[in-house]
Design a binder for this molecule. Structure first.
Ligand code: SAM
Ligand code: FES
Length: 350
């Protein structure tokens, strides 16, 4: 490893920050030795906070109807996939099954589907909150106005996942149609924080047109914003999108960035994503060994899973919820970690 790279990694591990140029340098000059060293440091610091416990979230993909047309996404408005939405009863059934399986966090994720206006979504959230007061409710339903986020918070949601996708304005506009704006995305993220949500941001790795400089900007954003959660996974080619011929990102760079993220903000919740598991049969295990501490098995009814196809060849589309949970428990077990029955809140850190 060259001396400068060595110095930057040491500095990152001790101060949890670097300049934008230094982040870019650490990305562009990476080699196997640096990756292993970073992963070891990331694992150590993660274990000093969370031990060998892995938090689990039950993911309910409750609608694939979306008004947006993000160029990378397989459920974008113009994609020809077959559409579905779950009703309240279906969602509550998923929660009941998930609760019995030991989930204490439910993540309701979906496209930006106008059917789920504040009244309908608040009703669902408050029912889950009343039935399972010991569980955390996470929403991931895209951009809404601040009043709407506030109503959902008051109804019982306490976490929100809204990936920023890229911290670079120009890059953002290469990934999205002109009807969407970088400033609005960032405004939403700030509103969520101001209301008091635990906020999850994140980006795809090697999305089309992404450079090392863009990734450095993403890292800087994490360093300054300190989100409670950061979800990163490789960009994966999705048919029937304007990017259908763009290559998928790499598992190797995703793992390297997970380790860096862990060192930037050690208590941050970092999932080993389904996208990692899609590109590599042991991608999620590798994610944990690189410093991730969360997994998100699918709780959606099997009948609709194939329809929530954000990208090609997504895994877990044919497995029952119980299978998915047990599969992940076994996978974590094999690498010496334990999936725990816990809300999995971020731990305070000084
Ligand atoms: N509609 C909500 C939103 O915009 O935040 C939540 C659903 S959205 C489909 C969830 C995430 O999937 C996006 O934030 C994006 O990062 C990821 N995603 C979409 N298409 C992808 C692709 N082709 N490869 C990898 N991840 C993708
Ligand atoms: Fe779904 Fe393995 S996590 S089958």
């Amino acid at each position: 490893m060259n001396t400068k790279l060595n110095e930057y990694i040491e500095k990152l591990a001790s101060t949890h920050q670097l300049s934008l140029d230094a982040y870019e340098y650490v990305i562009t000059h990476r080699d196997e030795e640096a990756a292993e060293w970073l992963a070891r440091k990331a694992r150590d610091i993660s274990q000093s906070i969370y031990g060998k416990s892995i938090y689990v979230r039950g993911l309910i993909e409750f609608t694939n109807i979306c008004k947006n047309d993000c160029f990378y996404c397989g459920i974008r408005k113009d994609a020809s996939c077959s559409r579905y939405r779950l009703d309240q009863e279906d969602i509550l059934e998923c929660c009941a099954e998930g609760y019995d399986l030991g989930f204490r966090t439910f993540v309701l994720q979906g496209g930006e589907d106008a059917y789920f206006n504040d009244a309908r979504l608040c009703d669902i959230v408050s029912k889950i909150h009343t039935l399972y007061p010991d569980c955390a409710i996470t929403l991931s339903v895209g951009e809404r106005n601040k009043e709407s986020y506030q109503r959902l918070f008051d109804a019982g949601a306490s976490r929100y996942l809204l990936r920023h996708e890229t911290a670079d304005r120009d890059h953002y506009h290469k990934l999205h149609p002109s009807s969407m704006s970088f400033s609005h995305r960032m405004r939403c993220i700030q509103d969520l924080r101001d209301i008091g949500y635990d906020v999850g941001i994140g980006m795809m790795v090697q999305s089309p047109y992404q450079t090392a400089h863009h990734l450095a900007e993403d890292l800087k954003f994490v360093e300054t914003f300190h989100p409670e959660m950061c979800g990163i996974g490789p960009y994966i080619t999705a048919k029937d999108t304007p990017f259908h011929d763009q290559p998928s990102g790499s598992v190797e760079l995703t793992l390297y960035l997970i380790s860096i993220l862990r060192l930037i903000y050690p208590p941050m919740l970092i999932p080993a994503t389904t996208a990692l598991g899609t590109l590599d049969p042991v991608g999620r295990e590798k994610g944990v060994l690189a410093g991730a501490n969360v997994v998100m098995p699918n709780l959606s009814p099997v009948g609709v899973r194939r329809k929530y196809q954000l990208y090609d060849n997504k895994i877990c589309v044919g497995d029952e919820s119980a299978q998915c949970r047990h599969c992940l428990e076994n996978r974590m077990d094999r690498i010496g970690y334990t999936v725990v029955t816990d809300r999995g809140d971020i731990k305070l850190w000084d």
